[in-house]
Design a protein. Sequence first.
Length: 303
Amino acid sequence: MGKPDLLLVTPLPPSWHDGLSQLFECHDLALLTAAELEGVARRVRGVVASAKSVVTDELIGYLPALEIIAVIGVGLDGIDTRSAARRDIRVCNTPSVSTEDIADFAWALLLASARQVVHADQFVRCGQWSLGQHPLTLRVSGQRLGIVGLGCIGRAVAERAKAFGMQIAYTGRNRKEDVPYQWYDRVATLARDVDFLVVCVSGGESTRALIDAEVLLALGPKGVLVNVARGAVIDEQALVEALQQRVLAAAGLDVFWDEPQVPEALLSLSNVVLAPHMASMTEQSLRAMFEQTLTALTESLCD
C-alpha cells in the first residue's frame, strides 16, 4: 500500500511539510486546480488545518474516505464539527501546548498597553525626550484584573496576576468552585468593577461581539482591554470609537475580526498595541503542536 493521502488546507513551514511527506502523500489545497482536487478527493484520509482554517460541510462531504481532521492549534471555530461527527470523522487539536505562551503574551500586551511601552519607544526614537518627560501611564501592580473566560488560558493569566498582587475576578458560563476569584454573571458588570479586562473566552456564535459598547463604557476611561481570544469576540467598530473618544484608555490586541486585515482606524491610534495573532507562536509551542499533530495522524492512518 502507498502512503495515506493528506489534504493540507493551511500553509506549513517547509520542515513540517517535509516531515509529513515522509509518512503521507501531501496535497496542498491552495495549489490544486479543481480537476486535481477531484482527482485526489476520494483518496484523502486526513485533513491538516490550523486554528484559522475553514473546513466546511461541503468540503468534508467531498472527501468520502476522510477519517481525521487534525488542527494545529487550539480553535475549532472554522471546522464544521457537527458535519464531522455525523460522518464519524475524528477532529483533534493541540489545546494545552500553547497555554503558557498565550498567557505570557496577554501579559506582554497588558503591560505594553498600560505602561505605553510602544509609544514610549517612539517618544525616545523621535527625539521627544529632550523636549520633556513622557506622559504618565497606568499602574498595573495591585490593581483589579477581570478575565473573560476562565479556561486553561484564563487561569494561567490569573496565576501571573497573583505575582502582581492584583485583585482577580472573572466571568464565564458558570462559576468555578475550585478558584477563590470573584465570579460575575455579566461581562459589563465585571468590566465596571475592574481596571484591566483580559479576553480569553472561546470563539463562536455564542461569544460574537460579546465585548460591546456597553462593556467598553463600563470599563471606562482608565480601563485597558486585552484580547488574546478571537477577533469576533469584540465589536471592533465599538472598540475603535471607544479608543478614539478616550472612553477607554488603551487596548492590546492580538486578534482581529477579518485577519490579516486590520481597520485603518486602529492603525492610526496611539493608544492601542497591535500584534499579528502571534500569542502562541513560539518555537517551542509550534514544535510541540506539530509533534502532537503528527502523532494523531500516525495513530489514525498508519497501521
